[in-house]
Design a protein around this ligand. Sequence first.
Ligand code: NAD
Length: 355
Amino acid sequence: MSVFSHPDYDGHEKLVFHRDADTGLQAIIAIHNTHLGCALGGCRMWPYANEDEAIADVLRLSRGMTYKAAITGLNLGGGKAVIIGDPHVDKTPELLRAMGRLVNSLQGEYVTAEDVGIGEEDVLTMAAETEFVTGFDHRSGASGDPSPFTAYGVFRGIEQAARFQLDWDTLAGMRVAIQGVGKVGYELARLLTEAGARVYVADIFPDNLKRAVADLGVIPVSPEEILRQPAEVFSPCAMGAVLNARSIRELGAPIVAGSANNQLDTEEDGHRLAASGVLYVPDYVINSGGLIEVYYQYFGADRQEVLRHIDRVAAETLPQIFRIAAAENAATSEVADQLARERFMSRPLAHTDAA
Ligand code: NAD
């Protein structure tokens, strides 16, 4: 399939296809937009069935990074890399170093980090070949896992959504149904229980469910029921595409606010949620805490600055989206896209908060 006529091609600035015969590396880097700054986005390693699948993935993922950076006021563009291969079989230090050299060849136009199949150790291996990597803590050498910051942002976003939709000023007594208690969902459940919320959780991985129940005293629910659980908030923190025509009819909560990427099955589902009176907190806005942390790791700011920035997105950007959507009878997802586009399409930088 040709790239320029690909359904997921969205005016991307650059695609780099690379094969390294010595190490077997086959990789694609997609740079969607660099109006606001260098393109930052993780590197995914996945056994794609074919090249078209890899191209579609890298095109969609890199576009999403542009929107996320723009709406959160970061001076970053959007990019992403994919390595075609099975991380459990094909990943070698040599292959990762070859990937590092490929990233380096772009001289900072694209900065890479972890994603599915690529962990912190792998990023460190790439860092032997290039300075254009993040996802480990340059400040202290400590773990660069951004999940706690993602969870913190979701927590703050839930507070704002509850205030707007339900006029609730406290999370005490609020019922929140979390789908998936992995890295983000567990930490979110912890923050919510500490705030006095009544937390229901489901997970298809029994060990994760048991851990959350034992550590936090949350209430287990089956994976089939969590979406229907009567609650104030449904928080998808597992996989994407959970919101579709059928599941929206079954929702047990008037607010959807979670960390999962690409929660809407189709754009139309954003409109369906609005028409059903459900406040949908756009995924790439509420889950941006991790990107904000990775950005500051790379540019070397301190933790307080990271938290302040996440608080600002929750306290200013989200209510702005809710208000516009209510006033214009529009879907929150549509409003978020529009605001993001306005920012990354305009030059010079209009309202930049970040360094
Ligand atoms: P994770 O793999 O640590 O956790 C996901 C959990 O969901 C796992 O425990 C898994 O067993 C469970 N799960 C999967 N399918 C399920 C289902 N159908 N029902 C119930 N549970 C199910 O992943 P994570 O890092 O916590 O990320 C969660 C989501 O948030 C993902 O969509 C990810 O893309 C998104 N996200 C994460 C970050 C981050 O900083 N980690 C940042 C932005 C977005």
